[in-house]
Design a protein around this ligand. Structure first.
Ligand code: 5GP
Length: 140
């Protein structure tokens, strides 16, 4: 399986389509999932063109997980969550729908079920407000 440079996250990285960004550094970008399974559902991606974990250069995973760690702690604080679920899917059989490596960060509250994967598109004003909350938590 090869990398398709026209996947939606590659377009976000090239700023060809917008996203609600929460964090960016030299190697990674983090932004809100447009169909959040929980409030604060954030995606963290490497800037390198990897289809998923299976073809990724292991040397790029340190910076990716460092950003996941930062965003997970910030999202937990920003949403007063009880826990944080980290998910990562590889190939369609495992649930992958966008073919640029990404890690899901999902704040979880006791007793609150996840909404469906790739379910309902969120309101952009809500996503902007959620992104601002995580950005503020990252800065504090
Ligand atoms: P996967 O199943 O590949 O792990 O998850 C892809 C995720 O990307 C899904 O949770 C889906 O809601 C999200 N997604 C799909 N298209 C877009 C988009 O255009 N922008 C953003 N921010 N997220 C997207």
């Amino acid at each position: 399986m090869s990398y398709d440079a026209n996947n939606i996250f590659a377009k976000i990285l090239r700023a060809e389509i917008p996203c609600h960004k929460v964090y960016e550094d030299e190697h990674t970008l983090a932004f809100m999932d447009v169909m959040p399974q929980a409030d604060g559902h954030t995606l963290v991606i490497p800037k390198m063109p990897f289809r998923n974990l299976l073809d990724a250069d292991p040397k790029a995973l340190g910076s990716l997980m460092t950003t996941v760690h930062k965003v997970a702690n910030a999202a937990k604080r920003a949403f007063g969550a009880d826990g944080v679920l980290i998910q990562q899917f590889n190939e369609p059989a495992a649930g992958q729908t966008v073919f640029h490596l990404h890690v899901h960060v999902l704040p979880r509250h006791e007793g609150v079920p996840l909404r469906p994967h790739s379910g309902k598109m969120a309101d952009h004003a809500v996503l902007a407000e959620h992104a601002a909350r995580i950005t503020a938590a990252l800065a504090s």
